[in-house]
Design a protein around this ligand. Structure first.
Ligand code: ATP
Length: 286
């Protein structure tokens, strides 16, 4: 037997994005399409968090939305567990809610204001024809998991703070026990203390359920707090990817270095040093 035959094969990733292109129609009927993602490839393993960072407009949300089937793909492939999902019909997509869920940025607009939290959490379960008794039992467990009181069931979103609403959004995403959640800036609308508690909750849930996250953020420190690996998107292309600690602390690419140095720090001396380093960066690539 050769050495190659004895090595363990790399397990198939949970999500594989291959050479993905997305473009949007320009204004006016003769306007050219605007490319937003240009050949993006990445993968996410089971139980892993891949952080996706980049400046505003770099295409992070578009990538998340393409994975969720919310924007059309111009070229490339997206596979979940080896199965092409970018070519699926709407009907097939709906069945994917078992596997793929989302948490959006704004907890103030992502919940229906006129539905109680109980109804919001039960909806994905009843759509899947789960009996009302079983749905009630699962909703109660979901509230426990996101550390919200049971009386939240009968209350409306407006009665909750931003952090509590984001817990409801997390519970809703967890209702179908998905294997991957696209988290699109899930803490950027929250204050720093609440950010930390929501991030800790996401980490705990991953430890308990082995769910994987695509964690989109413009904030490297937030991404570092829970990602195993990080990919950096610039102008619709991945310019750097690797182990989270390395990419967020000592990146190779000048663009990532600029992102890192642009993040404000409390200490004025460190801030001044960062400013000088930022000025000295050769910006041809950043
Ligand atoms: N539906 C759309 N139609 C036309 N252009 C779009 C559409 N969605 C996004 N874009 C454009 O694609 C580019 C990337 O947007 P996207 O929201 O993906 O960036 P982002 O990196 O998530 O930014 P942010 O951090 O500000 O949310 C932007 O120039 C945006 O205007």
């Amino acid at each position: 037997m050769s050495i190659d035959e004895t090595t363990t094969p790399t397990p198939q990733p949970l999500l594989a994005v291959e050479e993905l292109h997305v473009s949007f129609a320009g204004r006016g009927w003769r306007a050219a399409r605007t490319p937003v993602l240009c050949g993006v490839s990445l993968d996410i393993r089971r139980g892993e968090t891949l952080g996706l960072v980049g400046e505003s407009g770099s295409g992070k949300s578009t990538l998340g939305r393409a994975i969720l089937g919310l924007v059309p793909v111009s070229a490339g492939r997206i596979r979940l567990d080896g199965r092409r999902i970018d070519t699926m019909s709407r009907r097939q997509r709906r069945k994917l809610s078992h596997d793929l869920q989302v948490i959006f940025q704004d907890p103030y607009t992502s919940l229906n204001p006129s539905r109680t939290i109980g109804d919001t959490l039960a909806e994905p379960l009843t759509v899947q024809h789960i009996s009302p008794i079983e749905a009630r039992r699962r909703v109660s467990r979901l509230l426990e998991r996101v550390e919200l009181p049971q009386d939240a069931l009968h209350r409306l979103p407006r009665e909750f703070s931003g952090g509590q609403r984001q817990r409801v959004a997390i519970a809703r995403a967890l209702a179908m026990s998905p294997r991957l959640i696209v988290c699109d800036e899930p803490v950027s609308a929250l204050d720093l203390t609440t950010q930390r508690t929501v991030l800790d909750l996401l980490i705990d849930i991953q430890e308990q359920t082995q769910v994987a996250y695509l964690f989109i953020s413009h904030d490297l420190s937030v991404v570092r707090a829970l990602s195993h690996r990080v990919a950096v998107l610039r102008g619709g292309q991945i310019v750097e990817s690797g182990d989270a600690d390395t990419v967020t602390r000592s990146p190779d690419h000048p663009y990532t270095q600029r992102l890192l140095l642009s993040a404000p720090v409390a200490d004025p001396q460190r801030q001044q040093k960062r400013r000088e380093e930022l000025e000295s960066l050769s910006c041809a690539q950043c």
